[in-house]
Design a protein around this ligand. Sequence first.
Ligand SMILES: NC(=O)c1ccc[n+]([C@@H]2O[C@H](COP(=O)([O-])OP(=O)(O)OC[C@H]3O[C@@H](n4cnc5c(N)ncnc54)[C@H](O)[C@@H]3O)[C@@H](O)[C@H]2O)c1
Length: 252
Amino acid sequence: MAGESMKVALVTGASRGIGRAIAAGLAEAGCDVAIVDLPSQSALLAEVAQDIEAAGRRAYLQPMDVSDPESVQRAVDAVLREAGRIDILVNNAGILVPSPLQDLTVDSWDRHFDVNARGVLLACQAVLPQMRARKSGRIINIASIAGRQGVATQGHYAATKATVITLTRVLAQEVGMDGITVNAICPGIILTEMGKNNLGSEEAIRHWENVAALKRLGNPEDIVGPVRFFTSDESAFVTGQSLNVCGGIYFH
Ligand SMILES: NC(=O)c1ccc[n+]([C@@H]2O[C@H](COP(=O)([O-])OP(=O)(O)OC[C@H]3O[C@@H](n4cnc5c(N)ncnc54)[C@H](O)[C@@H]3O)[C@@H](O)[C@H]2O)c1
């Protein structure tokens, strides 16, 4: 973001994994960063804040459960009071508890949609009014290649991520006239707690490394460059798109 004025970004699910890397990466790119996550993650959030401050930027910490409308509004209002604006929203918070569809409980189906899909909607609704008033803003949704392809034991999760890809297309059309772009990133297999739990074994890791065109799986840092692209002026004419960032394990 060299040459552009300082921006304020808000990253959900920022305490660890991909969200933590994005928060640190946006600070290195010159953003002040609001980091939000579940109240249980506050000690980890404080560590992420230190990384942001070490990069010479301001960190704003707030507890936020993305599935809860009141919690989302409260946290966004608090950030706006302190930081004055939110230029960039990264919807990263997400959950995955695998299950075959045959055995999936209604509670698990609902919880995945509450966090992964409703959470994206609620955060967008909370930040959009001030973006629209300023006629500028960037929204980046972290979806998944699972949302394009569908993966056995992840039917419910894949359905939430397909929803995120669709919300990205629709919201882009609804807010483009206000100078706001909305794009998604579809990570492949990234070696976070979620990614490792999902793969389950060293054999599975070796298998997918071999499948990948680039012969490795992803690190959280692999997602940072594409996020920065969508936040920068370099992507000014790109909206409603979903970019696979997967080392070449999926091609559609
Ligand atoms: N790791 C992968 O292989 C992979 C692949 C594709 C997509 N993704 C997506 O990337 C995003 C980040 O995944 P990760 O691998 O870093 O996972 P992770 O489990 O390491 O981190 C997820 C973060 O979201 C937070 N979170 C969970 N529920 C929340 C809620 N209700 N409100 C606020 N925060 C909440 C968690 O506390 C955690 O900090 C998720 O949306 C995930 O679906 C991950």
